[in-house]
Design a protein around this ligand. Structure first.
Ligand code: TYC
Length: 138
């Protein structure tokens, strides 16, 4: 039945669209080869559907962990340098981490959060401090 075929083709596409984040992409396996490549109308192409509004990126917390060896001044320097905090903010966050064991430096899209973690870890390593910084989904 023609109507049923259309319905099932649509639902297969919308299923795939959910998994691929909205883009509907036809693969070669979707083509009906009994009509020859491209079907009966002689057209070959990839049908795509672009989102009108881009999905907002998922956000990640950058966490700073306490340790017994990294100097407080060094942690404050990291917070000022990589998280653009002023002395007062940086001191508050550093003391929070010192007292509670962990604290949030900021919340960013994944790529930016990862870059910040790497910057802090590289800077700590260069200065031979054991300071640790990690990501957590916000
Ligand atoms: N606990 C460290 C000290 O007493 C200071 C410190 C604070 C280290 C925060 C790491 O993320 C940190 N020197």
């Amino acid at each position: 039945m023609q109507h049923n075929f259309v319905t099932s083709a649509l639902s297969a596409d919308s299923l795939r669209a959910t998994r691929s984040g909205g883009a509907v992409v036809r693969s070669a396996a979707d083509d009906d080869e009994s009509q020859g490549p491209g079907g009966s109308d002689g057209q070959i192409g990839i049908a795509t559907k672009t989102r009108t509004r881009p999905k907002k990126p998922s956000m990640f917390k950058v966490l700073m962990l306490n340790d017994d060896y990294t100097p407080m001044e060094f942690v404050v320097m990291c917070l000022k340098r990589f998280f653009n905090m002023d002395l007062e903010q940086a001191t508050r966050v550093m003391l929070h981490v010192h007292q509670k064991g962990v604290g949030v430096c900021g919340i960013f899209p994944y790529e930016i959060a990862g870059t910040k973690v790497n910057q802090v870890m590289d800077f700590a390593r260069q200065n031979q401090h054991p300071l640790q910084c990690t990501l957590e989904k916000a």
